[in-house]
Design a binder for this molecule. Sequence first.
Ligand code: GLV
Ligand code: MN
Ligand code: MN
Length: 426
Amino acid sequence: MHYPPAVASRVEAARISRWIDRFAAMTEPGHGVTRLAYSPLEREAHALFAAEMTALGLTVKTDAAGNTIAELAPTGDEGDAAEHAPAIGTGSHLDSVPEGGRFDGIAGVVAGMEVARIAVEEDVQRRRPWRFVAFASEEGARFGQACNGSRMIAGLTRSADLHALHDANGVTMAQAMMQVGLAPESVDSARWRADDWFAFVEMHIEQGGVLESKGTPVGIVDTISGSTRLQATLLGQASHTGGTPMRLRKDALVAASECVLACQAIATDPEHHGTRVTVGRLEVFPGSITTIPGKVVFTVDVRDVDSDRQRRTSEALASAFERISAARGTTLAVEVIGDTSPVVLPSWIVDEIAAGAADVGLAYRVLPSGASHDSQQINRVVPAGMIFVPSRDGLSHVPEEFTRAEELADGATVLLRTMVRLDAAA
Ligand code: GLV
Ligand code: MN
Ligand code: MN
């Protein structure tokens, strides 16, 4: 098949860069970008996306879960048959972790905006509807569970579940959604129908250092890691730091510290080789210089591309915490606050992306994703694929997160080519 080279050359790095800047400006004050899941700032970002897509002439709607979906109708005069052909789509998320970067999620949404602009301006021929999606609440940083908007689309999180998920301040996901004008009681209506879709491709920054270290501009994801998230609460006895002899203490922080080291030991044990375990949040109560910590709450994030090992590691961690807590005289409760399996993405989409990269002369390598992504959930309903672009120094979820505009443009070019290919595929 022949693709006009002009289409690829119309991807503009400078325009991509300007959109990245505009989204980055929507942040709470402080370091980096803070635009949390189901916050008013996240909604503002969705409104900006919706306004631009509407201005380009797309039909835009926001579903009950807060996902914004913009549709570009097929071209030509095939009429109803094309209107109802299974769609192809692309998209990513607009929320961030606390003090995160400017690119995680945003890069994929902005690449989609650029593809939409070119499709409209260049009148790129389409046999299928093309959909551009900004997913809601992808980051698990606020509510523990990640990919919430896409999980609701896939029917993996239902209306009734939204009262059980809560943030560190006790605000449930249902409450947070209502506060920003969404409809938690209706999220089951956000589900996508498999027969309405043909394929979905998400562009995202790599969030690791493989592409940069190999000097490869494009990554194609074959597997997305799973994650199990635990929240452990250790209860000891708070008391006076001067009055209580060391041998009589039930110090919850000392027990928690041993648990953190156990995470490191278990993750690096050959039996769990490949698992990534992190304690990213640890709160000490009452948090006073002169009181022995009586309570500690900490989270554990277990990531793996091997689903069996992911769960075995999580169980080994919970058992180790039990042993440590018993030996320290504290009591322990462990709650699973998120659990998602790894996903192998369909090889035919990997092949289409590879062909798209080859069309535009960009080198690629196939690699796994250590991070979670909306495509992981979407793949339950629609065959999905992912395009990665390099992350400088492999950094992500931090203000230093960076990808050059030209690298984003390369990714968007491959995305456009892949959309054209998928549009033509039977
Ligand atoms: C999503 O960004 C994740 O935490 O993997
Ligand atoms: Mn992301
Ligand atoms: Mn992220």
